[in-house]
Design a protein around this ligand. Structure first.
Ligand SMILES: NC(=O)c1ccc[n+]([C@@H]2O[C@H](COP(=O)([O-])OP(=O)(O)OC[C@H]3O[C@@H](n4cnc5c(N)ncnc54)[C@H](O)[C@@H]3O)[C@@H](O)[C@H]2O)c1
Length: 309
């Protein structure tokens, strides 16, 4: 059993507090928002989500969860702190990581007051380099050294709103970005109750992976919609067509063609891509994803040539 503090009682934090408690851990939620803290202390969820009300109520009844606005005390009382605060886009499109940095500073102040090793887990979606920045902030405010008094681990969340509790218990894998063996061992204990492989990787890979996942999911949706639009124009049932497309687990829904490297070529791919673009053009149908594949491929040729020369 680990003693865990969860910073941020929004979507990810609320699901984490309930699910980690039900896996046998003692969990303390921390938020600036007194109303959210009061909700948890009354055994109520801070979000609307299938299965979460019962989970929070049950775990509160068993005295496995509580919440507070007192960040430093929460860190002193626990061994692992999860950062689950929001990372909204700023006006210029960059990520606003200020809440992450504020929490890192608070956690550092707590670590300064305690003796044992502390694991800081970045659960929020953050850009590569954030772990290093958080490590610097914690070092400064705790007065302790990375790998000695604490370590910062990147552990992105893959839940979807609407099925978040189920997604928590059944992730494709648990991803831990860390270069600290003590922190890795502690994280393995935290996730002992989850029946999914644990992948340990470099910090920057763990940080970027969530963005890669979501970019790919968005690409799949946009591609399927463009195919559906072409099908509509041709009077073809797009759902039936995509069912058959998805039934090919060898080349279509598979790791095939998903390794970075050189551009595509040969006779079929360029010719058939031109043909499907022309079908769309003949119907005055815009298909920006499909139309720009060739452009991306030409760009890749240039990038690779420049690397070789
Ligand atoms: N919502 C999702 O489905 C989802 C899924 C996966 C990942 N994520 C990522 O997880 C992160 C959190 O998302 P969310 O939707 O749970 O956010 P949210 O906005 O619902 O909740 C964030 C919470 O953090 C609290 N907070 C802010 N500053 C704080 C501080 N200094 N100390 C303590 N609490 C503080 C806020 O009061 C708020 O309750 C984001 O990076 C998001 O991109 C979200």
């Amino acid at each position: 059993m680990s003693k865990i503090s969860i910073f941020g009682l929004g979507y990810v934090g609320c699901v984490s507090i309930g699910c980690l408690a039900s896996n046998g851990h003692q969990v303390t939620g921390v938020d600036l928002n007194q109303t959210k803290v009061d909700f948890i202390n009354m055994g109520k969820s801070t979000i609307v989500e299938q299965g979460i009300d019962r989970l929070i109520s049950e775990q509160h009844g068993r005295k496995n969860i509580s919440a507070t606005t007192q960040a430093i005390q929460a860190v002193i009382d626990t061994d692992v702190s999860f950062i689950c605060v929001g990372t909204p886009s700023s006006n210029n499109g960059h990520l606003n990581l200020q809440s992450i940095y504020n929490v890192a500073d608070e956690i550092g102040k707590g670590i300064r007051e305690k003796d044992g090793f502390h694991v800081v887990v970045i659960r929020s979606t953050v850009i590569p380099g954030t772990n290093a920045k958080v490590t610097g902030i914690v070092e400064a405010s705790s007065g302790k050294k990375n790998h000695a008094g604490f370590a910062v681990v990147s552990n992105p969340e893959f839940l979807r709103e609407g099925s978040a509790v189920n997604d928590y218990y059944h992730p494709p894998y648990t991803l831990i970005g860390s270069d600290d063996n003590q922190a890795i061992a502690i994280m393995k204990d935290v996730y002992e109750g989850i029946d999914a492989p644990i992948i340990i990787t470099e910090i920057e890979i763990a940080e970027l992976l969530k963005y890669v996942n979501n970019a790919f999911h968005a690409l799949k949706i946009a591609f399927a919609n463009e195919i559906g639009n072409i099908c509509c124009k041709l009077g073809i049932n797009g759902h039936k067509l995509m069912d058959i497309f998805c039934a090919d687990k060898k080349l279509n829904i598979s790791p095939c063609y998903l390794k970075p490297g050189f551009s595509y070529g040969g006779s079929c791919l360029p010719k058939d891509l031109k043909a499907i673009k022309t079908i769309a053009h003949d119907f005055y149908l815009e298909c920006p994803v499909i139309e720009n594949i060739e452009k991306s491929n030409e760009l890749q040729k240039r990038i690779v040539y420049e690397k070789i020369l």
